[in-house]
Design a protein around this ligand. Sequence first.
Ligand SMILES: NC(=O)c1ccc[n+]([C@@H]2O[C@H](COP(=O)([O-])OP(=O)(O)OC[C@H]3O[C@@H](n4cnc5c(N)ncnc54)[C@H](OP(=O)(O)O)[C@@H]3O)[C@@H](O)[C@H]2O)c1
Length: 291
Amino acid sequence: MEDPNDIVAEGVYIVSMLRKLNGMVVAITGASAGIGLEVARQLSQEGARLSLGARRKGRLDDANRELGGSHLAIEVDVAEPEACRGFIEQTARDMGRIDTLICNAGYGIYKRVDETDAAEVRRMMDVDVIGTTECIRHAVPHLLKNEIVAGWRGQIMIVSSAAARRGTPFIGVYSGAKAAQMAIAEALRVELRDARIAVTSVHPTPTKTEFRDVAERLGKYKLPPSSNFIKTQSAEEVAAAMVRAIVNPRPEVWPWRLAGWGLSGGTLVPRLMDRLMYKYFDGVMRHNGLR
Ligand SMILES: NC(=O)c1ccc[n+]([C@@H]2O[C@H](COP(=O)([O-])OP(=O)(O)OC[C@H]3O[C@@H](n4cnc5c(N)ncnc54)[C@H](OP(=O)(O)O)[C@@H]3O)[C@@H](O)[C@H]2O)c1
C-alpha cells in the first residue's frame, strides 16, 4: 500500500485517497455543546454514524433527536478512566466498529497560574489530558481491527488549542494541558504510523462556544470579548476544518492558519513573544479594573 503522504508530497491529488464520511463511525467526546456538537452536525449531514459522549445526557439526547435519532448518546465523564472505557466499548459494541475518535471534551479556567490550586490543576489534567489518553488507549485495539481504506485504518483527532504552542496569561494551566495533548499527538502519530492510524491535533484560536462561560464561572477574571492580535472563530469554521481533516487526514489543523505560523515562529523569539503577551496581560488586568 502506497503511503498517501508520499503521494501528496509528489503533488498528485488522488480522489480515491479521501476517506468517505458516509457510514463512517465517529466517536466524539464533548458532543453536547460547542465545537463537538457542531462537528457532529456537519458529520451527520454527510452520513456518518455518531457516538456522542458528554456528561449532560439530556443535551446529547436533544442533539441526537435533532440529527435524526439514529446516533448513540452516551453519558460519560472523561475524568473517570472507567467511564472512558465504557464509552469506547459501548460505541464499538453498538456500532460494530470505530473509524474515527475525536477527543474533544475539555475546559479551562481563567485564573493566573499562582492562583490555581492543586485540585483545579488535577481536574483540568484529568479531563483534558487523561480523558484523552484513556479514550485513545481503549479505542486503538478497535481501530486496529479495521481494514485499510483510502490509506488509513482509522483516525484519532485530538482537539488541543492554539494556546498549546504558547503559554498564555490567565489560562496558563489550561495551556499546559493543551500543550500536553499536542505533544501526545506528535508522539502517537509516529507510534501509529505503521498501523496506518492517522493522528491529528486541532488548534483553534478563541471560538464562540460555552467555553468562556465555563472558564469565567470557575475562574477569577473576565477576558475582553475580542483581542487585537488573535481572531475569534465560530464553531462552524472550526468544525468545517476538522471535517476536512477527517476526509483527508493531516498532522495538525489550525483553523486560523496565521495563528499556527505566528505562534510557531514565535517559539524562536521568546523575548518578543513575552512582550506581546505582557501587552495582552496588561489589557486584561485593566479590563478587570485591576490597573
Ligand atoms: N472555545 C474556545 O475558545 C476553544 C479554543 C481552543 C480549544 N478549545 C477546545 O475545544 C474543545 C471543545 O470546547 P468548546 O469550545 O466546544 O467548549 P464548550 O462549548 O464548553 O464544550 C465543551 C464540551 O466538553 C464537554 N465536557 C467538559 N467536561 C467534560 C467531562 N469531564 N467529561 C465529558 N465531557 C466533558 C462538555 O459537555 P458536558 O458539560 O455535557 O460534559 C461540552 O460538550 C475543548 O477541548 C477546548 O479546550 C476551545
